[in-house]
Design a binder for this molecule. Sequence first.
Ligand code: FAD
Ligand code: MLT
Ligand code: ZN
Length: 480
Amino acid sequence: MPPAGGRSTEVGSPGMIEALRAIVGSAQVLTDDIATYAIDARKKYFGKPLAVVKPGNTAEVAAVVTLCAAHGVAVVPQGGNTGLVGGGVPDESGTQLIINLSRMNRVLEVDPQNNTMTVEAGCILQNLQETAATHGRLFPLSLGAEGSCEIGGNISTNAGGVQVLRYGNTRELVLGLEVVLPSGQVWNGLRGLRKDNTGYDLKQLFIGAEGTLGIVTAAVLKLFPLPTATQTAFMALGSPAKALDLLTLMKGRLGERVTAFELVSDFALSLVEKHVPPFVSPFAERHPWYVLCDLADGRDAQALAADLEAALAAALEGELITDAVLAKSEAESQRLWKMREDITWAQVREGRNVKHDVSIPISKIPQFHAAAHAALEAAYPGVRPVVFGHVGDGNLHYNVAHPTATHSEDEWVGREWESVSRIVHDCAARFNGSISAEHGLGRMKREEIRRYKSEVELSMMRAIKAALDPAGLMNPGKVL
Ligand code: FAD
Ligand code: MLT
Ligand code: ZN
């Protein structure tokens, strides 16, 4: 489609806005009261968009991107804006256009026999989980922001969450994609195939690209049988090393039925108790660490419960855990999972902290933890690590809070962010880890990654970016 406004249209000019209105309708081009679209979930990045456009279908996305390409206007794709690295917000120049996908929220097809569903990018994750369930299927992607993040954002960040252990990252859950390329061309790769060796697997380029290579407009997602039995166990233990031994024991005895295995430090738990009442620990005593574990099975519930109880007895006997509680109802399980998901918000209420999202080979987690703790303590005596995360995937959110708990220390976080991160990231690198397991690079880690990726790897990434987006208009300033 030719640019609706003609080539004379200037960035930010009334002509550009009029041209956008001609494509999506006046009501879907927002220029006033758009601050919420321009601030990230953690309120770390404050951008200034040219406007926010909300297309209703793929053809409109393509027409908007074509217009922007013709006029050299940079675009920032945006889903639920729950990202934690500033990837979905524009810079402060006032020249970047947010293309928000939220109106594209239709489930296009559910195919229970193929175990797939085809959905638009703006579908909210929780709605997709519910849609799958109404067809007797499971869409297993699950994370704290699932009530507001969108599948296009999940795909673009290759989101992880709490069930990666059993079902994999978003990358493993996508069979096909539709993408609007930076040129405005539409690539229809909406194939529901589990086998397709016809050259490069192009969809993988866009998964985890954080909107820098194109705009995901639809996807074919993998579905799984809905479990008929589930169990939740909350276990107390002495150290991250014990948690790994426990993971080995649980996987050995229960196999793939272990779907989630999350580590929670006592400090993280105490923050939830302090800031998100009425939650209180189910244990009478404090313990240094806890693991929250979910099990799921397609067979009968009693057998699963018996196998879990036997595994816990073995863990107690082997002194891997010091105490355990089993959720006796769905409500109890939800209460424990809410505690886990509330850690993010409990930290916010405690005051700012330097957030990390590292991954390490699982076997090296105890050494990483000890090394990071020692290095931080040496540099910042009394510093308070808030450690929790997806330990079953080797992914820790090793966050760092100031020694004292007052918001007046927020300034410390701003000032020391880079040097605190340097300590934690260098420790992760020492154990062959990654500085971003699941949140992505966005704006936050764009510079930092240059320290940890080889020039060979970075230049391959730049070559891919240049091939697909030679003008550099697709989410500039992010990732690379
Ligand atoms: P946005 O924030 O809108 O965008 C994220 C990135 O994707 C941006 O770079 C944006 O430009 C790009 N993008 C968005 N939509 C598209 C599209 N259609 N096409 C191309 N690019 C696009 N993340 C995890 O991985 N695991 C967790 O456990 C987890 N827990 C969280 C808990 C809380 C409480 C919060 C606030 C966040 C959490 N996150 C987690 C981070 C966040 O929810 C994920 O990164 C999520 O996948 C982002 O989805 P979104 O729709 O909000 O994307
Ligand atoms: C989580 O696992 O809870 C998320 O990744 C969010 C966070 O790190 O705060
Ligand atoms: Zn996480």
